[in-house]
Design a binder for this molecule. Structure first.
Ligand code: SF4
Ligand code: SF4
Ligand code: FES
Length: 570
């Protein structure tokens, strides 16, 4: 065990810990300012903001010998006997000088800068800088340089930390960014004809400690102090990156990566980063409807009668609005009627539902029909998994919770997981007479051929965000929630279960899927995913690790199995 001394306090480090001065100081709550260092990138020690005094303590005599010069804490390993002094006059003066130097050439256009409010230069200036600027240099310019599709550079705001350059070299391996010129003329640029177009380009904006690199999507959309930040999980693919959802008044303005060593480290891909726009789409469905004659027992198309197979007929069926408060009773009556007559019910469990919603949907289906067919919804696959030199992978499977939905279905179906295509074959066999279909996809996920299969059923309940051929053949069209509106848990490709709570309220007229299942199961009060997850952990062995509190980085669902295997070995 190594003992490090920071500002007179001893810190014990584990045998295998390899920390630098900044990380060691954090252990006791001492923040050493830094710009160029980032835990996910190589160390260059170029900004000099983290300069500290350092020395060594003699292991036998205990005498401390300090080095005469200041050293960068980011580049100084915290070893047994290392001494750091972070609060001496010498250190404070060095920080003030670095700040003064950086501001000599900085436009200080904070009032119009996107980074204002979360800018390290601003924060450190107030904390470590000098009250007055001594040099009479006023170089205000506002040169802007296009870096690529997603990112723009405000050239004069750059403090040359080179984090962005190292990211493109070390993490994406695409090396689009470089430093041009020398000394005080240095600037960030792209190689002529090679813009910043890699699939993780947005991360350079997060990495930039100042407002030099800005996200075109977010530029001038919102001041950061108006937004609230919520922990979420990206639903763009089965990687399941941990994210922050930044919103104001129920509008999402940006997604940012949330550090999670077990999933995405500090990064996310552009596809996931910009995947929130559909939440605010003007064509989103927000009004529950049903076929008009369904409420009229004497009508031609009420449940219990076969309806025409021609889906075009249904396109023109009159629909009527229905109140959410009416729906649980109304739907229950319809489902009971079909199942009482010996009809088989099928439930399509979307891999966009949370674990808790998938469980409640399966439970609900089995409540009406103890032999209800439970099938996994379509799993969208695009291309191949794509891995980057820095260890990040974008998965081809474009949904967040296939593994979670499968584990739930397996529990209800004795380990057998029916695919969507297998369900379509069952439909053709003619035994199934009603279907509850959950969607939640932001892309097109069904077509006329699939809708034609479902169109023959007596009762079709579709929960989705957007219109689709299947939506048009539905008896009940129920608007569904988007990812930022849900609470619950997803299980990623690597068996990691992450829980999250809603960031924004769904549009007026939309109920999250879980709330409807909750009401139809006659559970009291508001839908509570935490209660449901506890029940799941108690009843499904695969989820037993989720019985307690779920940490922000999630839990490995195999934890209990691994522990059991390890104890069996000993
Ligand atoms: S653009 Fe930002 S991240 Fe890149 S070197 Fe300049 S300050 Fe650093
Ligand atoms: S890798 Fe997948 S989960 Fe991560 S940000 Fe991209 S789309 Fe989202
Ligand atoms: S953070 Fe240490 S020198 Fe830049």
């Amino acid at each position: 065990m190594a003992v490090v001394i920071v500002d007179g306090q001893e810190i014990e480090l584990g045998d295998h810990e390899r920390l630098n001065g900044i990380q060691a100081a954090r252990r006791i709550g001492v923040e050493i300012p830094f710009y160029c260092w980032h835990p996910g990138l190589t160390v260059v020690a170029s900004c000099r903001m983290c300069l500290v005094e350092t020395g060594t303590k003699h292991p036998e005599t205990g005498a401390i010998t300090m080095l005469p010069k200041l050293v960068p804490a980011c580049q100084t390993p915290a070893k047994d006997g290392t001494v750091f002094v972070t609060n001496s006059d010498k250190v404070k003066q060095a920080r003030a000088m670095v700040e003064e130097d950086l501001l000599l050439r900085h436009p200080v256009d904070c009032p119009i800068c996107d980074k204002a409010g979360e800018c390290s230069l601003q924060d450190y200036h107030f904390e470590h800088g000098q009250a007055e600027r001594r040099a009479d240099v006023r170089p205000f310019t506002s040169r802007r340089r296009d870096m690529g599709d997603t990112v723009t550079l405000f050239v004069d705001r750059c403090i040359m930390c080179t984090r962005c350059v190292r990211f493109c070299r070390e993490i994406t391996g695409s090396s689009e960014l470089m430093v041009i010129n020398r000394g005080s003329h240095e600037e960030i640029d792209v190689f002529p004809g090679y813009p910043l177009v890699n699939k993780m380009s947005g991360n350079v904006v997060d990495l930039c400690p100042v407002g030099a690199l800005c996200d075109k999507d977010f530029l001038y959309q919102q001041r950061v102090w108006y937004m609230k930040q919520h922990q979420g999980v990206c639903t763009g693919c089965s990687t399941g990156c941990s994210i922050y959802i930044n919103e104001n008044q129920d509008a999402v303005y940006r997604l940012k990566p949330r550090e999670n060593p077990a999933v995405n480290k500090w990064w996310m891909c552009d596809e996931g980063r910009y995947s929130y726009r559909h939440l605010h789409s003007p064509v989103r469905q927000i009004q529950p409807r049903r076929i008009a004659e369904i409420g009229n027992p004497g009508g031609n198309g009420h449940a219990g009668e076969r309806r025409p197979h021609d889906i075009t007929v249904k396109h023109f069926r009159p629909m009527e609005n229905v109140e959410w408060s009416q729906l649980p009773r109304d739907l229950s009556a319809q489902l009971e009627q079909v199942c009482r007559d010996g009809g088989r019910l099928a439930a399509v469990v979307s891999p966009h539902l949370t674990v808790e919603e998938a469980y409640l949907l399966c439970k609900l289906a089995r409540q009406f029909d103890s032999n209800a067919v439970l099938a996994l919804g379509p799993v969208p696959i695009e291309g191949h998994d794509e891995s980057f030199p820095g260890g990040f992978t974008i998965h081809a499977e474009k949904c967040p919770n296939r593994k979670g939905a499968e584990a739930v279905i397996a529990h209800f179906c004795n380990g057998k997981i029916k695919t969507f295509n297998e369900l379509l074959e069952d439909l053709a066999a003619g035994q199934i007479r009603a279907a509850w279909i959950s969607g939640g996809y932001s892309c097109a996920w069904n077509g006329d051929a699939i809708a034609q299969r479902f169109a023959a059923l007596e009762l079709i309940v579709v929960q989705d965000m957007f219109e689709s051929p299947v939506w048009h053949v539905a008896t009940y069209q129920l608007p569904g929630a988007g990812f930022a509106e849900r609470s619950g848990s997803y299980v990623n490709f690597n068996h990691r279960l992450q829980s999250f709570t809603w960031a924004i309220r769904p549009p007026a007229g939309v109920w999250v899927e879980g709330q409807l299942y909750w009401n139809m199961l006659n559970l009291r009060g508001l839908y509570n995913p935490r209660t449901v997850l506890r029940e799941i952990a108690a009843t499904i062995a695969a989820f037993s690790a989720a019985a307690g509190e779920i940490p922000a980085v999630g839990i490995d669902m195999r934890m209990n199995q691994l522990a059991t295997a390890a104890s069996n070995e000993h």
